[in-house]
Design a protein around this ligand. Structure first.
Ligand code: NAP
Length: 254
């Protein structure tokens, strides 16, 4: 059966210099979509641009709100207002009770959550005017519950999930689609240094395929792989007593 037409002409991806964002840029560009890519590393973005002429570089630090607004304006002027915005910019900092530092929590929240909020702010006025658009932050199944050693990271992803949930119904009334992307473990520079087992680890190519298929669907949450998603969703339902009992017994420590 023929695939329905691609629903986007212009896509903006933040966090596109490596990992999941980079793979998404390559895959969407190969579908004939014009892709604006952002991250701080201009060199890595230039290498990406060299791979496909549908890709255009817009270096950006998402923690700079004014710069987010400027980049959104530039994309609109140079190409078109993005039909779809994927916020994949993120940092993963392993921290626990022994290594906790407020500076890390603040940095992670600034990039992962406030950075996404800055990009939403930058594209929303145009989407509201056009009564069209599609917004998809990349959170994580780590945002479902407080997980040991994710004291810095998990709250940022919980905040993103909550933001997308809070926007979804209201945005629909304005003709704007909001989804949340919750990957399990994907092999990228972010996970390359992890010193613990990563169940059901996936390749970025596989993750990108699943994300694109999910973005073409109407479901709110794009979550994968299924086996990890089921485990994490069950953990979310457990009462605190049982949840902490399981964490104390089964979560490995380095
Ligand atoms: N890999 C996984 O297992 C996994 C699982 C669940 C969720 N995620 C989420 O998926 C997203 C992509 O992660 P990844 O695994 O692909 O990691 P990655 O390869 O490390 O990519 C992270 C991206 O974020 C960009 N970035 C970091 N700080 C930024 C800032 N201040 N402004 C703009 N861009 C910034 C990085 O580029 P620059 O350094 O050049 O700025 C890079 O392009 C993240 O939000 C991550 O939390 C990943």
């Amino acid at each position: 059966m023929a695939q329905p037409a691609v629903p986007w002409k212009t896509v903006w991806i933040t966090g596109a210099s490596s990992g999941i964002g980079r793979q998404l840029a390559l895959d969407l560009a190969s579908m004939g979509i014009t892709v604006a890519v952002s991250a701080r590393s201009a060199d890595q973005l230039s290498e990406l641009v060299a791979e496909n002429s549908n890709i255009h570089s817009y270096p950006l630090d998402v923690t700079d709100l004014a710069a987010c607004r400027e980049v959104a304006k530039s994309i609109e002027a140079d190409i078109a207002p993005p039909d779809l915005v994927i916020m994949a910019a993120g940092v993963w900092i392993i921290r626990d009770i022994e290594s906790f530092q407020a500076e890390d929590s603040i940095r992670a929240m600034r990039v992962n959550y406030e950075g996404a909020a800055g990009v939403v702010d930058a594209v929303l006025p145009s989407m509201r005017r056009r009564r069209a658009g599609h917004i998809a932050p990349v959170a994580s199944v780590a945002g479902y519950r407080g997980i040991p050693r994710a004291v810095t990271y998990a709250p940022t992803k919980a905040a993103l999930i909550s933001m997308a949930e809070a926007m979804r119904t209201d945005a629909q009334r304005h003709g704007i689609k909001v989804q949340i992307i919750n990957p399990g473990f994907v092999r990228t520079p972010m996970t390359d240094t992890n010193d613990f087992p990563m169940p059901f680890l996936m390749e970025p190519e596989d993750a990108s395929k699943r994300i694109i298929a999910g973005l073409r669907s109407d479901r709110f949450e794009i979550v994968f792989p299924a086996r990890l998603a089921i485990i994490m969703k069950l953990l979310r339902l457990l009462p605190y007593g049982l949840y902490f009992w399981l964490m104390a017994r089964f979560v490995q420590r380095a």
